[in-house]
Design a binder for this molecule. Structure first.
Ligand SMILES: Nc1ncnc2c1ncn2[C@@H]1O[C@H](COP(=O)(O)OP(=O)(O)OP(=O)(O)O)[C@@H](O)[C@H]1O
Length: 262
């Protein structure tokens, strides 16, 4: 049975999409069957994975109940993906009924036996889409920048996850905080890292030992819709994401049973 992981932080531009893409590529490289789900109306993960978002079905059609989930899966240039486009932004207004938090969870159920990992890229907000992602997920992974604004949002994120745990998904676990675009050599970064550790121990959320350094090659690979492992295997951030994937797997993120190959 596949494990579902939301990559989430309500702050924008902290590396959610990049982490979803990099983790998907690395897990696939290790032989796992991986599905990426773009739940961000900006559709950046869909673009970087080489998915078509104009003519093909998207997660919006699935959540509206107009299409079986399987039919929205595309074989992207990087991994299998259910894409998103801007239409998804109307979900907040369109879905006002009871049980609306469970739409994604119900939609993904038939795919769980087919994949080892399902990675959900969430939008930079704590609205109905993110709550749907948390309700569907076994785990949440929180990328963050080493800056003060990122720190301020962590408590609010933790409260939202707590609320989902109480109301919709008692099993959800926070995997930890992943520092992205991090430069440990500046004094400021070191100071912030100290504060991150303080907050994380207050909230009982681990910080990953691996952090991700800044590498322009990541941006290039995304804009060329290429796998980061093919495009720039030796660049710092790509090496860091590989190490991070190992750390994640070592810390117990193993699927219950390898998915059957389709
Ligand atoms: N380690 C890195 N090195 C260099 N650039 C990076 C790195 N991580 C992310 N970026 C770049 O930073 C920008 C924001 O990253 P990304 O889109 O992954 O953030 P996000 O949290 O998903 O954003 P949003 O909240 O808008 O969805 C992108 O242009 C991405 O290519």
């Amino acid at each position: 049975m596949g494990k579902i992981i939301s990559i989430s932080n309500q702050k924008g531009g902290v590396g959610k999409t990049t982490t979803a893409n990099a983790l998907a590529v690395n897990l696939k490289e290790k032989g796992y069957k991986v599905l990426a789900v773009d739940l961000d109306p900006q559709g950046n993960l869909s673009f970087s994975a080489g998915a078509d978002t104009d003519m093909s079905a998207t997660i919006y059609d699935v959540l509206k109940g107009e299409l079986k989930t399987q039919y929205a899966v595309q074989r992207g240039t990087v991994v299998d993906i259910i894409p998103a486009n801007i239409l998804l932004s109307s979900i907040e207004l369109e879905f006002t009924g009871a049980q609306r938090e469970f739409l994604l969870r119900n939609a993904l159920k038939p795919l769980i036996p087919l994949y080892d990992y399902i990675l959900i890229d969430t939008p930079p907000a704590l609205g109905v889409l993110t709550v749907n992602a948390f309700t569907a997920s076994d785990y949440v992974l929180v990328p963050m920048l080493s800056d003060i604004f990122s720190l301020q949002g962590i408590t609010q994120l933790e409260e939202t996850i707590d609320r989902v745990r109480t109301q919709c998904n008692p099993d959800i676990q926070i995997l930890g905080l992943l520092l992205t675009r991090h430069n440990p050599r500046t004094r400021f970064s070191r100071e912030i890292t100290g504060t991150v550790h303080m907050i994380s121990s207050d909230l009982n959320i681990p910080v990953f030992e691996t952090f991700i350094r800044e590498s322009v090659a990541l941006r290039e690979a995304q804009s060329l819709q290429k796998s980061i492992l093919d495009y720039a295997p030796a660049c710092n951030a790509v090496i860091d994401y590989k190490t991070f994937t190992e750390e994640l797997l070592e810390k117990g993120l193993t699927p219950c049973q390898k998915a059957r190959m389709s």
